[in-house]
Design a protein around this ligand. Structure first.
Ligand SMILES: Nc1ncnc2c1ncn2[C@@H]1O[C@H](COP(=O)(O)OP(=O)(O)O)[C@@H](O)[C@H]1O
Ligand SMILES: [Mg+2]
Length: 226
């Protein structure tokens, strides 16, 4: 589902994001990418959604070589990959329902489809009853659940979460991870970048550890050690 062959990202002479990463993630896996701040987790995420281009190496999503993806193809890639960030990135002037439906509107979906999909994805995250609220009328955990719902609207094969619980307390963290587990059980490949040791160790799934932009361990049922 995701393959990286010798991928290096050099930002500048003094700043390297990742170095010579080789990685293969199969369909349906739940993989955590861990490591301290500045080790290249976000760089890896940004390369996968083509927000950055690799300096060296090749990147595949499905059978698609996205290494030199063109601007016109990027929207098609982004429909295959749902992304969730630490800061939710919701539109403050729009309600929950509008935030989620907006992602479908900009993709040119019909209003009939939008009416069908939005309640479905809000149900997945347990927010069916709060569709009329504005982001500031929700807790942090609820806001992140809206972001997750929005990431699901195109039925992506892959969900990438970059520090999704970085702004949340431990109770909300557990909730978000439970939702990601549920999405993974539906068959979606999940990639979770985090420096939260507790979540990763409780997941008992594959753990890839980065240090200084390099993979220092890749364990099938890993523990996060520094
Ligand atoms: N846009 C950028 N320009 C220059 N250097 C960057 C940029 N983004 C990240 N870096 C550098 O790349 C390295 C990895 O950063 P990042 O991928 O954000 O790590 P993480 O997400 O693990 O904290 C760091 O040394 C960081 O300073
Ligand atoms: Mg980061």
């Amino acid at each position: 589902m995701i393959k990286l062959h010798g991928v290096t990202k050099v930002y500048s002479r003094e700043s390297v994001g990742i170095r010579d990463i080789n990685l293969h993630i199969k369909a349906g896996e739940f993989v955590s990418i861990v490591g301290q701040s500045g080790t290249g987790k976000t760089t890896l995420v940004r390369l996968l959604i083509a927000e950055e281009r690799p300096t060296k190496g090749q990147i595949f999503v499905g059978d698609w070589d996205i290494t030199n993806i063109t601007a016109t193809d990027i929207p098609f890639l982004r429909r295959q990959i749902g992304v969730i960030f630490q800061d939710f990135k919701l539109l403050p002037q729009k309600t929950v329902h509008e935030n989620v439906s907006f992602a479908l509107e900009v993709a040119g979906e019909t209003s009939e489809r939008i009416r069908k999909v939005v309640p479905q994805v809000l149900d997945v995250v347990g927010l069916g009853d709060k569709w009329h609220r504005y982001p500031k009328q929700l807790s942090g955990g609820e806001q992140q659940r809206v972001a997750i719902a929005r990431s699901l609207v195109h039925r992506p094969k892959i969900i990438i979460a970059d520090e999704p619980t970085g702004n949340l307390d431990s109770l909300n963290t557990v909730e978000i991870i439970e939702i990601l587990k549920k999405i993974n059980e539906f068959g979606t490949t999940v990639l979770l970048a985090t420096h939260n040791r507790e979540i990763v160790n409780e997941l008992r799934r594959r753990v890839i550890t980065l240090r200084n932009g390099e993979i220092v361990s890749d364990e099938r049922e890993g523990k996060y050690r520094l």
